[in-house]
Design a protein around this ligand. Structure first.
Ligand SMILES: [Zn+2]
Length: 170
């Protein structure tokens, strides 16, 4: 287990599709542990492997009391037409925050640690975080979908009584 350095937002790995996981061995478990350590250290709500320089479709989403969701080769198979706008940030783009419209319900498939296929449905904040992380695995940053950038001053005003929200990076 180790905290890994976050790579720069301009790094090519954050701007192209990364590779499918094909080896479901101890190195995958180690990667998941490193991602978890790095996500907590950076105070993030999600993290994707390319953010620590790893060329694989692996990501995590912190679902708080529901635990940590492991995404391995995730593919979103359905996006609800209903969307919601909320503020996002990104561990790879410190100090950039902005409004992004995301589907409020998604269906996705992927694999578990052993490579077995899994399917799930996610809603609201978890669906948003999954969409943000899956985008990372396909080389897309939230700033490409941002409707409006929010200044740090504006953000602090909005969440002056809710400090945690300011660090909602993923
Ligand atoms: Zn991000």
């Amino acid at each position: 287990m180790a905290i890994r350095p976050l790579i720069e937002g301009s790094s090519p790995l954050l701007h192209r599709e990364v590779k499918d996981v094909t080896k479901f061995d101890h190195s995958l478990r180690e990667l998941l542990m490193d991602l978890e350590d790095t996500m907590f250290e950076a105070d993030g709500v999600g993290i994707a492997a390319p953010q620590i320089g790893v060329d694989l479709k692996v990501a995590l989403v912190d679902m708080e009391e529901d635990g940590i969701l492991q995404l391995i080769n995730p593919v979103i198979t359905h996006y609800s037409t209903e969307t919601a706008v909320d503020i996002e940030g990104c561990l790879s783009l410190p100090d950039i925050f902005g409004e992004v419209a995301r589907s409020v319900k998604i269906e996705l498939k992927g694999q578990d640690l052993s490579g077995r296929p899994i399917e799930m449905t996610a809603f609201d904040d978890v669906a948003r975080a999954i969409q943000h992380e899956v985008d990372h695995l396909y080389g897309k940053l939230f700033t490409e979908k941002m409707i409006r950038q929010i200044s740090l001053e504006e953000l602090e005003e909005m969440y002056s009584d809710d400090e945690d929200h300011i660090h909602g990076d993923a």
